[in-house]
Structure formats: C-alpha cells, structure tokens
Design a protein around this ligand. Sequence first.
Ligand SMILES: [Zn+2]
Length: 429
Amino acid sequence: VIIQGGRIVDPAQALDEVFDLRVSGGRIAEIGKHLERAQDEPIFDARNCYVAPGFIDMHVHLREPGAPEKETIQTGTAAALAGGFTAVACMPNTVPALDTPELIHEVRSVAASAGNARVYPVGALTIGRAGARSVDFAALLAAGAIAFSDDGSATRSARVLWDAAMKARDLPGRFISHCEDSDLKGDSVMTLGAVSRELEASGAPAVCEDLVAARDLLIAMECVKTWHLAHVSTANSVDLVRWAKSRSAPRLISCEVTPHHLLFSDELVAARGARAKVNPPLRDQSDVSALVAAVREGTIDAFASDHAPHTTAEKSGSLEEGAVGFSGLEIAVGAYALAVPSLSVSRYVALLSTNPAALLGIAGGTLATGNVADITIFADREWTVDVGRFRSKGTCTPFEGMKLPRKAVATLVDGRLTLCDDDRAENRR
Ligand SMILES: [Zn+2]
C-alpha cells in the first residue's frame, strides 16, 4: 500500500514533512515525494493526516486471565486499534497474576490469535504480586515479558524490592512502580482535600504516592536498575523524578502520565462520583498544572492510558463501592491533545511511540526503512466521545460526551491496515 500525501512525523529520524510512504511485505519500504504506484497497488489517502510510527500504550489492563466480563485480550486489543494503538504493554494484575513463563506464553498466544494490536506482557515483580518473593526474572524474560511490576499496588517491602533490583540489575526489563503507601492510603476512596471534606468521603493525602516514589527512585539509583514510575499524578512525584534524572544516567529513570490526571482534578469526583474513581485518585488543580508543565518541559517520558475497564454495574454504585479505574484506549489520542494544546506533533509522537518503544526495548517506534510497518495515522479533527461505539467492554468513563480535538484515523500492524472509524472508509481508494 502507498500511504499518500500525509505529514510524516518520525522523531527518531527528525522527520516532519509531507511525503508518501510505501509499505511492502509488512515493512516500511520507502518514503519519498510522489511515489509511483505499482500496478494494482492500493492507495491510502492521508492528506490532512499525520502519519507516525505506531502508538504504544505502555500501561493497559486487559483483564485476561480472570475477568472476561470486564475485558478480554480480544476486546482490549480491538479497542487499542480503534484508538490508534498498534501495541500495548499489559499489566500483570490478572487472576492469576502473570508470574510464570506459562502465563506469559498464554497471554502472547491469545493475543497472536486475536490478531489486533501487539501485546507485550509485563511480568509480575513478586510471586502472586504478594510482595514476598521475586519472580524468576530470566525465565519470564525468555518467555516474552518486557518489564516487571506489581502494578495495582506497590511492592510493600523495601527489602524485597532491593533484593529484586540487585538480582535483575543486569537483565533487560524495566521495573515499573505503582507508587502508593497502602498503610497511609487505608480504605480511602479519593485524595484528601477540600473536595473530600465537602463530600465527607474518606480521603488519603497525596503524599501516599510521593513517599513510595522517593523510595523507589532511591533504590533504582543505588542499584542502578532501569526504572519507570507508572501514572505519576502529583507535583511532588514530578519533582522527585526530575531530581532523580538529574543524578542518573540517561534513561535509567523514566515516568508516564495518564490522560485523566492531565485533564481532571478531584472536583470531578464531586460531579461524577464512582465514574471518576481511579487509582491514583484525581488530585487537586495544582497537581494537574504541574503534570501538564512536566510534559511540556520533558520530565515526562511517555503518555500511557492506564486503560482499566470495568462493567457498568461495577462503576455504578456509590463512591465507596464503585470499582477503581476506567477505559482509556479509545479516548487517549484525543485527550492528550486536549490536555497539552500546542505541544509540537513531534513531541506528541515521541511520547506515544518513540519513547515507549525505547523504554521497553520493543519493535517499532520509528518509520525508518526496513522497520516493521506499525503505523498510526491520525488527524486534528474534532469528535465527540460516544461510548456506544467503544470496542472495549468498559464503557463507563468520565470522558463520555467530551469533545476531543484529535482522532486516530487508521492503524497498520505488520502492514495490515485497520480503519479506526467505520465512517472514514473514504480514505481508502
Ligand atoms: Zn497502577
């Protein structure tokens, strides 16, 4: 196929110009002006669109094995493609947790038969995510795990985490921290502050996150282990990451931010209740502003949605009872653009593709000739979030009905093209 007339944005090659791009045999074959069409070669009209290396969401919950009523690998990866993502890293807090080579194989094999977005499993860091004994890192890596995390909660013991870091320091596979002090958090349902007081809801101080972020960054630096903080949501966390990066080798320390933490403060919990319940919880406006500033200045390495689908019934109860999290894959591309307006498209693509590929050490992240043809085509086109069109099973989201300024148009995985929106069939000739 020739992707014709799009603005090719590939930060890895410092490329940002209108070109044609030819895909052949599942690879990027050629980029140039006015490529000549071979006989019967299909054309994809990408005028007024951006053509970027495939977007990679490095933090999603596919709920398989264990909770098919919330999501499956099939529906989650279909949601990924629809949202403009050609690959996802899936978190290990499934039932059972992804702590054996067999389970890593199983996820990869189900994902391969689904044939949608690529799936890179994140292995559990400790057995059963119980925080007592670390997994067999080498065996999980050999099976295809690309990072390690007890995401869903923090690894509780500094001792366990230290030993794990020393064991894994010379192996690939970043450690990914979910930063939250579970003792301080207790049974809170939101951030402690003016809004929690007004709602008379149980709140935990935002330093819940900062305490563990500081601990984990210090262990990373002392052990010289590559380390990533998931979903940073506070101004203090960002400051801590900035400090740690200033004292470490490039790329030792990295972090990601979600669309909801960039867009919503805890005021939304007052308006939407359990629908806005998420972990880390929404913070106050000064934290939101600090996160947006951190994206602009480059402290944030990646955009990641923390796609965390639940059934509508689970999201419909009271704030106390409602499930934690919501779907993100199908709103992310538009939400990041809304959250950080006027961010250069090149930086935007780096946060969604170049950097996640480099941090995880996986294929993609560039449109260099000869590379695998994983491509995201997107456009600055306003649209309204309609959960009735979601491929994800989790349709209860605070983004419902929002107008977003940017939209995924099509994805290619291994050169296989999928339109993100059935209405846009006109692009295909
Ligand atoms: Zn998490």
